[in-house]
Design a protein around this ligand. Structure first.
Ligand code: G6P
Length: 366
Protein backbone atom coordinates (compact mmCIF):
# COMPACT_ATOMS: atom_id res chain seq x y z
CA UNK A 1 0.00 0.00 0.00
CA UNK A 2 0.85 3.69 -0.21
CA UNK A 3 2.13 3.81 3.35
CA UNK A 4 4.87 1.28 2.63
CA UNK A 5 5.90 3.14 -0.51
CA UNK A 6 6.68 6.32 1.41
CA UNK A 7 7.91 8.98 -1.02
CA UNK A 8 8.26 6.51 -3.93
CA UNK A 9 5.89 5.94 -6.84
CA UNK A 10 6.57 2.23 -7.25
CA UNK A 11 8.20 -0.63 -5.37
CA UNK A 12 10.89 -0.78 -8.01
CA UNK A 13 11.92 2.80 -7.32
CA UNK A 14 11.84 2.18 -3.58
CA UNK A 15 13.97 -0.94 -4.03
CA UNK A 16 16.50 0.91 -6.19
CA UNK A 17 16.86 3.48 -3.43
CA UNK A 18 17.13 0.80 -0.76
CA UNK A 19 20.36 -0.50 -2.27
CA UNK A 20 22.77 1.30 0.08
CA UNK A 21 20.91 -0.22 3.05
CA UNK A 22 20.61 -3.66 1.40
CA UNK A 23 24.35 -3.76 0.69
CA UNK A 24 25.21 -2.59 4.21
CA UNK A 25 22.93 -5.27 5.70
CA UNK A 26 24.46 -7.96 3.48
CA UNK A 27 27.91 -6.97 4.74
CA UNK A 28 26.80 -6.71 8.35
CA UNK A 29 28.89 -9.00 10.55
CA UNK A 30 31.46 -9.67 7.81
CA UNK A 31 34.68 -8.77 9.59
CA UNK A 32 37.02 -10.92 7.54
CA UNK A 33 37.03 -13.12 4.48
CA UNK A 34 36.51 -16.85 5.03
CA UNK A 35 34.72 -19.80 3.44
CA UNK A 36 32.69 -20.05 6.67
CA UNK A 37 30.75 -16.97 5.55
CA UNK A 38 29.04 -19.49 3.24
CA UNK A 39 28.28 -22.06 5.94
CA UNK A 40 30.07 -23.81 8.78
CA UNK A 41 31.13 -26.72 6.59
CA UNK A 42 32.02 -24.74 3.47
CA UNK A 43 35.81 -24.89 3.84
CA UNK A 44 36.16 -28.34 2.27
CA UNK A 45 34.02 -27.36 -0.72
CA UNK A 46 36.22 -24.31 -1.30
CA UNK A 47 39.44 -26.28 -0.77
CA UNK A 48 38.42 -29.08 -3.16
CA UNK A 49 37.21 -26.80 -5.92
CA UNK A 50 39.10 -26.98 -9.19
CA UNK A 51 36.46 -25.01 -11.01
CA UNK A 52 33.24 -23.12 -10.44
CA UNK A 53 29.95 -23.73 -12.24
CA UNK A 54 27.35 -21.00 -11.79
CA UNK A 55 23.69 -21.79 -12.57
CA UNK A 56 20.96 -19.15 -12.67
CA UNK A 57 18.20 -17.44 -14.67
CA UNK A 58 17.39 -13.86 -15.60
CA UNK A 59 19.05 -11.11 -13.64
CA UNK A 60 20.68 -13.67 -11.37
CA UNK A 61 22.41 -15.10 -14.46
CA UNK A 62 23.92 -11.67 -15.11
CA UNK A 63 25.29 -11.32 -11.58
CA UNK A 64 26.90 -14.73 -12.14
CA UNK A 65 28.32 -13.47 -15.42
CA UNK A 66 30.03 -10.56 -13.63
CA UNK A 67 31.37 -13.02 -11.04
CA UNK A 68 33.07 -15.09 -13.72
CA UNK A 69 35.40 -12.14 -14.42
CA UNK A 70 36.18 -11.76 -10.70
CA UNK A 71 36.68 -15.49 -10.10
CA UNK A 72 39.08 -15.92 -12.98
CA UNK A 73 41.10 -12.75 -12.40
CA UNK A 74 41.19 -12.57 -8.59
CA UNK A 75 40.81 -16.20 -7.45
CA UNK A 76 42.35 -17.66 -10.65
CA UNK A 77 39.73 -20.41 -10.75
CA UNK A 78 38.18 -21.54 -14.07
CA UNK A 79 34.51 -20.58 -14.07
CA UNK A 80 31.56 -21.25 -16.30
CA UNK A 81 28.17 -19.60 -16.05
CA UNK A 82 25.16 -21.38 -17.48
CA UNK A 83 21.53 -20.50 -17.98
CA UNK A 84 19.78 -23.08 -15.81
CA UNK A 85 17.16 -24.07 -18.41
CA UNK A 86 19.94 -24.85 -20.89
CA UNK A 87 22.29 -26.63 -18.52
CA UNK A 88 19.65 -29.01 -17.23
CA UNK A 89 18.95 -30.39 -20.70
CA UNK A 90 22.36 -30.49 -22.31
CA UNK A 91 25.10 -33.10 -22.21
CA UNK A 92 27.99 -31.68 -20.27
CA UNK A 93 31.24 -33.08 -18.92
CA UNK A 94 31.03 -33.15 -15.13
CA UNK A 95 34.01 -32.78 -12.82
CA UNK A 96 33.28 -33.87 -9.23
CA UNK A 97 35.75 -31.23 -8.01
CA UNK A 98 33.42 -28.45 -9.07
CA UNK A 99 31.91 -25.88 -6.76
CA UNK A 100 28.35 -25.61 -8.07
CA UNK A 101 26.91 -22.17 -7.27
CA UNK A 102 23.25 -21.38 -7.83
CA UNK A 103 22.12 -17.77 -7.67
CA UNK A 104 18.49 -16.91 -7.05
CA UNK A 105 16.58 -14.04 -5.52
CA UNK A 106 13.54 -16.17 -4.68
CA UNK A 107 15.18 -19.55 -4.22
CA UNK A 108 12.13 -21.05 -5.94
CA UNK A 109 12.92 -20.79 -9.66
CA UNK A 110 12.04 -24.20 -11.10
CA UNK A 111 14.75 -24.30 -13.76
CA UNK A 112 17.50 -23.31 -11.32
CA UNK A 113 16.45 -25.95 -8.82
CA UNK A 114 16.28 -28.57 -11.59
CA UNK A 115 19.73 -27.54 -12.86
CA UNK A 116 21.12 -27.92 -9.34
CA UNK A 117 19.62 -31.41 -9.04
CA UNK A 118 20.99 -32.28 -12.47
CA UNK A 119 24.51 -31.21 -11.42
CA UNK A 120 24.21 -33.24 -8.24
CA UNK A 121 23.02 -36.29 -10.17
CA UNK A 122 26.15 -35.95 -12.33
CA UNK A 123 28.24 -36.41 -9.19
CA UNK A 124 28.93 -32.84 -8.12
CA UNK A 125 28.26 -32.73 -4.40
CA UNK A 126 29.76 -29.36 -3.50
CA UNK A 127 26.73 -27.11 -3.85
CA UNK A 128 26.35 -23.56 -2.66
CA UNK A 129 23.62 -21.02 -3.17
CA UNK A 130 23.52 -17.27 -3.03
CA UNK A 131 19.90 -16.58 -2.29
CA UNK A 132 17.75 -13.80 -0.87
CA UNK A 133 15.25 -16.06 0.92
CA UNK A 134 16.65 -18.10 3.80
CA UNK A 135 13.62 -20.39 4.00
CA UNK A 136 13.52 -21.22 0.29
CA UNK A 137 13.75 -24.58 -1.46
CA UNK A 138 17.12 -23.57 -2.89
CA UNK A 139 18.69 -22.97 0.52
CA UNK A 140 17.30 -26.33 1.70
CA UNK A 141 18.65 -28.15 -1.36
CA UNK A 142 22.18 -26.75 -1.32
CA UNK A 143 24.91 -27.93 1.04
CA UNK A 144 26.08 -24.36 1.70
CA UNK A 145 24.38 -20.99 1.51
CA UNK A 146 24.92 -17.28 1.73
CA UNK A 147 21.68 -15.43 2.32
CA UNK A 148 21.72 -11.90 0.96
CA UNK A 149 19.87 -9.33 3.02
CA UNK A 150 18.21 -7.28 0.33
CA UNK A 151 14.90 -7.73 2.14
CA UNK A 152 11.63 -8.58 0.41
CA UNK A 153 11.76 -7.59 -3.26
CA UNK A 154 8.33 -6.86 -4.74
CA UNK A 155 9.03 -5.26 -8.13
CA UNK A 156 9.15 -7.97 -10.80
CA UNK A 157 12.31 -6.41 -12.24
CA UNK A 158 15.08 -7.33 -9.83
CA UNK A 159 17.31 -4.51 -8.53
CA UNK A 160 18.49 -4.71 -4.93
CA UNK A 161 18.70 -8.51 -5.16
CA UNK A 162 21.17 -8.11 -8.04
CA UNK A 163 23.54 -5.73 -6.27
CA UNK A 164 23.51 -7.78 -3.06
CA UNK A 165 24.19 -10.94 -5.09
CA UNK A 166 27.23 -9.16 -6.50
CA UNK A 167 28.41 -8.33 -2.98
CA UNK A 168 28.05 -12.00 -1.98
CA UNK A 169 29.77 -13.18 -5.15
CA UNK A 170 32.67 -10.81 -4.52
CA UNK A 171 33.02 -12.20 -0.99
CA UNK A 172 32.94 -15.71 -2.45
CA UNK A 173 35.68 -14.74 -4.91
CA UNK A 174 37.83 -13.42 -2.06
CA UNK A 175 37.23 -16.55 0.04
CA UNK A 176 38.23 -18.77 -2.91
CA UNK A 177 41.29 -16.60 -3.55
CA UNK A 178 42.26 -16.96 0.09
CA UNK A 179 41.81 -20.74 0.13
CA UNK A 180 43.98 -20.94 -2.97
CA UNK A 181 46.73 -18.81 -1.40
CA UNK A 182 46.04 -15.89 -3.69
CA UNK A 183 44.97 -13.23 -1.22
CA UNK A 184 47.41 -11.36 1.00
CA UNK A 185 46.21 -9.76 4.21
CA UNK A 186 46.77 -6.33 2.68
CA UNK A 187 44.66 -7.23 -0.32
CA UNK A 188 41.92 -8.61 1.92
CA UNK A 189 41.90 -5.39 3.97
CA UNK A 190 41.80 -3.28 0.81
CA UNK A 191 38.87 -5.21 -0.67
CA UNK A 192 36.93 -5.12 2.61
CA UNK A 193 37.44 -1.38 2.84
CA UNK A 194 36.11 -0.90 -0.70
CA UNK A 195 33.09 -3.10 0.11
CA UNK A 196 32.30 -1.13 3.25
CA UNK A 197 32.42 2.14 1.35
CA UNK A 198 29.94 0.82 -1.26
CA UNK A 199 26.74 2.04 0.46
CA UNK A 200 27.89 5.66 0.36
CA UNK A 201 29.28 5.23 -3.18
CA UNK A 202 25.88 3.88 -4.33
CA UNK A 203 24.17 6.76 -2.54
CA UNK A 204 26.24 9.21 -4.60
CA UNK A 205 25.16 7.45 -7.81
CA UNK A 206 21.49 7.59 -6.77
CA UNK A 207 21.86 11.37 -6.61
CA UNK A 208 22.20 11.31 -10.42
CA UNK A 209 18.48 10.52 -10.73
CA UNK A 210 17.44 13.98 -12.08
CA UNK A 211 19.94 13.69 -14.95
CA UNK A 212 18.74 10.18 -15.74
CA UNK A 213 15.11 11.39 -15.77
CA UNK A 214 16.02 13.90 -18.48
CA UNK A 215 17.41 11.07 -20.64
CA UNK A 216 14.40 8.88 -19.91
CA UNK A 217 12.08 11.46 -21.51
CA UNK A 218 13.98 10.93 -24.77
CA UNK A 219 14.20 7.16 -24.44
CA UNK A 220 10.45 6.94 -23.92
CA UNK A 221 9.96 7.94 -27.59
CA UNK A 222 12.32 5.26 -28.96
CA UNK A 223 11.51 1.72 -30.05
CA UNK A 224 15.02 0.25 -29.89
CA UNK A 225 18.13 0.72 -27.79
CA UNK A 226 21.59 -0.77 -27.81
CA UNK A 227 23.71 -1.16 -24.68
CA UNK A 228 27.48 -1.47 -24.88
CA UNK A 229 30.01 -2.54 -22.28
CA UNK A 230 33.29 -4.39 -22.19
CA UNK A 231 34.90 -6.81 -19.76
CA UNK A 232 33.04 -7.14 -16.49
CA UNK A 233 30.77 -4.32 -17.57
CA UNK A 234 29.45 -6.34 -20.50
CA UNK A 235 27.10 -8.24 -18.16
CA UNK A 236 26.14 -4.84 -16.70
CA UNK A 237 25.13 -3.74 -20.21
CA UNK A 238 23.12 -6.98 -20.57
CA UNK A 239 21.36 -6.26 -17.29
CA UNK A 240 20.62 -2.67 -18.38
CA UNK A 241 19.05 -3.92 -21.61
CA UNK A 242 17.04 -6.56 -19.72
CA UNK A 243 15.67 -3.95 -17.29
CA UNK A 244 14.65 -1.66 -20.15
CA UNK A 245 12.85 -4.35 -22.16
CA UNK A 246 11.13 -5.87 -19.12
CA UNK A 247 9.42 -2.74 -17.90
CA UNK A 248 9.33 -0.20 -20.76
CA UNK A 249 8.73 -2.76 -23.56
CA UNK A 250 11.37 -1.06 -25.67
CA UNK A 251 13.40 -3.57 -27.62
CA UNK A 252 16.89 -3.49 -26.20
CA UNK A 253 19.95 -5.60 -26.64
CA UNK A 254 23.46 -5.51 -25.30
CA UNK A 255 26.72 -6.16 -27.04
CA UNK A 256 30.32 -6.31 -25.94
CA UNK A 257 31.56 -3.14 -27.66
CA UNK A 258 34.36 -4.94 -29.50
CA UNK A 259 31.76 -7.03 -31.31
CA UNK A 260 29.94 -4.02 -32.84
CA UNK A 261 31.51 -4.44 -36.24
CA UNK A 262 30.28 -8.03 -36.45
CA UNK A 263 26.64 -7.07 -36.75
CA UNK A 264 25.04 -4.37 -34.64
CA UNK A 265 26.75 -1.49 -36.51
CA UNK A 266 24.30 -2.25 -39.31
CA UNK A 267 21.48 -1.16 -36.99
CA UNK A 268 23.02 2.12 -35.93
CA UNK A 269 21.05 5.20 -36.92
CA UNK A 270 20.12 8.34 -35.02
CA UNK A 271 16.83 6.62 -34.14
CA UNK A 272 18.52 4.09 -31.85
CA UNK A 273 20.15 5.41 -28.69
CA UNK A 274 23.39 3.66 -27.79
CA UNK A 275 23.89 3.45 -24.04
CA UNK A 276 27.54 3.01 -23.16
CA UNK A 277 28.93 1.85 -19.84
CA UNK A 278 32.31 3.58 -19.60
CA UNK A 279 34.34 2.88 -16.49
CA UNK A 280 37.92 4.10 -16.40
CA UNK A 281 39.40 0.63 -16.61
CA UNK A 282 42.05 -1.00 -18.78
CA UNK A 283 39.63 -1.22 -21.74
CA UNK A 284 38.75 2.48 -21.84
CA UNK A 285 40.81 3.36 -24.93
CA UNK A 286 39.33 0.37 -26.80
CA UNK A 287 35.85 1.48 -25.75
CA UNK A 288 36.49 5.03 -26.95
CA UNK A 289 37.30 3.78 -30.43
CA UNK A 290 34.12 1.65 -30.37
CA UNK A 291 32.21 4.84 -29.51
CA UNK A 292 33.82 6.50 -32.53
CA UNK A 293 32.54 3.67 -34.74
CA UNK A 294 29.01 4.49 -33.53
CA UNK A 295 29.42 8.25 -34.01
CA UNK A 296 30.82 7.79 -37.53
CA UNK A 297 27.48 6.15 -38.48
CA UNK A 298 25.37 8.91 -36.99
CA UNK A 299 24.53 7.00 -33.82
CA UNK A 300 23.71 8.93 -30.66
CA UNK A 301 25.64 7.94 -27.55
CA UNK A 302 24.38 8.10 -23.98
CA UNK A 303 27.44 7.47 -21.87
CA UNK A 304 27.77 6.70 -18.18
CA UNK A 305 31.38 7.74 -17.80
CA UNK A 306 33.57 7.67 -14.72
CA UNK A 307 34.60 11.24 -13.96
CA UNK A 308 38.26 10.40 -14.54
CA UNK A 309 37.69 9.13 -18.12
CA UNK A 310 37.80 12.53 -19.85
CA UNK A 311 34.82 11.60 -21.97
CA UNK A 312 32.80 14.75 -22.46
CA UNK A 313 29.54 15.78 -24.06
CA UNK A 314 29.52 17.00 -27.64
CA UNK A 315 27.43 16.61 -30.77
CA UNK A 316 25.65 13.25 -30.50
CA UNK A 317 27.39 12.40 -27.24
CA UNK A 318 25.51 12.80 -23.96
CA UNK A 319 27.43 12.11 -20.77
CA UNK A 320 26.40 11.49 -17.20
CA UNK A 321 29.40 11.56 -14.93
CA UNK A 322 29.82 8.74 -12.47
CA UNK A 323 32.12 8.96 -9.46
CA UNK A 324 35.73 8.08 -10.11
CA UNK A 325 36.54 4.50 -11.09
CA UNK A 326 35.70 2.01 -8.35
CA UNK A 327 37.99 -0.84 -9.43
CA UNK A 328 36.73 -4.42 -9.43
CA UNK A 329 33.49 -3.41 -7.69
CA UNK A 330 32.60 -0.86 -10.37
CA UNK A 331 29.74 -3.01 -11.83
CA UNK A 332 27.80 -2.47 -8.59
CA UNK A 333 27.88 1.28 -9.18
CA UNK A 334 27.38 1.23 -12.94
CA UNK A 335 24.23 -0.88 -12.88
CA UNK A 336 22.38 1.65 -10.70
CA UNK A 337 21.86 4.40 -13.32
CA UNK A 338 20.77 1.71 -15.80
CA UNK A 339 18.09 0.62 -13.33
CA UNK A 340 17.00 4.25 -13.00
CA UNK A 341 16.99 4.75 -16.76
CA UNK A 342 14.72 1.73 -17.30
CA UNK A 343 12.51 2.78 -14.40
CA UNK A 344 11.98 6.37 -15.52
CA UNK A 345 11.59 5.40 -19.19
CA UNK A 346 8.84 2.99 -18.17
CA UNK A 347 7.19 5.69 -16.04
CA UNK A 348 7.29 8.10 -18.97
CA UNK A 349 5.61 5.46 -21.13
CA UNK A 350 3.01 4.74 -18.46
CA UNK A 351 3.59 1.00 -18.19
CA UNK A 352 2.80 -1.10 -15.14
CA UNK A 353 6.33 -0.90 -13.71
CA UNK A 354 5.99 -3.26 -10.77
CA UNK A 355 3.99 -5.85 -12.71
CA UNK A 356 5.05 -5.81 -16.34
CA UNK A 357 2.87 -7.71 -18.77
CA UNK A 358 3.51 -11.45 -19.20
CA UNK A 359 6.20 -11.62 -16.49
CA UNK A 360 6.19 -13.11 -13.02
CA UNK A 361 8.33 -12.34 -10.00
CA UNK A 362 9.20 -15.93 -9.45
CA UNK A 363 8.92 -18.61 -12.11
CA UNK A 364 8.11 -21.78 -10.17
CA UNK A 365 6.98 -23.80 -13.17
CA UNK A 366 9.03 -24.74 -16.18
C1 G6P B 1 12.01 -13.90 -13.09
C2 G6P B 1 12.06 -12.50 -12.50
C3 G6P B 1 13.47 -11.92 -12.64
C4 G6P B 1 14.49 -12.87 -12.03
C5 G6P B 1 14.37 -14.28 -12.59
C6 G6P B 1 15.19 -15.26 -11.78
O1 G6P B 1 12.20 -13.82 -14.46
O2 G6P B 1 11.14 -11.65 -13.16
O3 G6P B 1 13.56 -10.65 -12.01
O4 G6P B 1 15.79 -12.38 -12.27
O5 G6P B 1 13.03 -14.74 -12.51
O6 G6P B 1 14.64 -15.34 -10.49
P1 G6P B 1 15.43 -15.78 -9.22
O7 G6P B 1 14.43 -15.64 -8.10
O8 G6P B 1 15.84 -17.22 -9.42
O9 G6P B 1 16.61 -14.90 -9.06
Amino acid sequence: GAAELGPYRHYMQKEIFEQPRAIADTLDGVSNVAPELFGDQAFKAFKDAEQVLILACGTSYYSGSVAKYWLESIARIPTSVEIASEYRYRDSVPNPKTLVVTISQSGETADTIAALKHARALGMAHTLTICNVGTSAMVRECAHAFVTRAGVEIGVASTKAFTTQLVALFLMTLALAQTRGRLTEDEEAGHLKALRHLPSAVQAVLALEPQVIAWAEEFARKENALFLGRGLHYPVALEGALKLKEISYIHAEAYPAGELKHGPLALVTSAMPVVTVAPNDALLEKLKSNMQEVRARGGELFVFADSDTQISSGPGVHVIRMPEHYGALSPILHVVPLQLLAYHTACARGTDVDKPRNLAKSVTVE
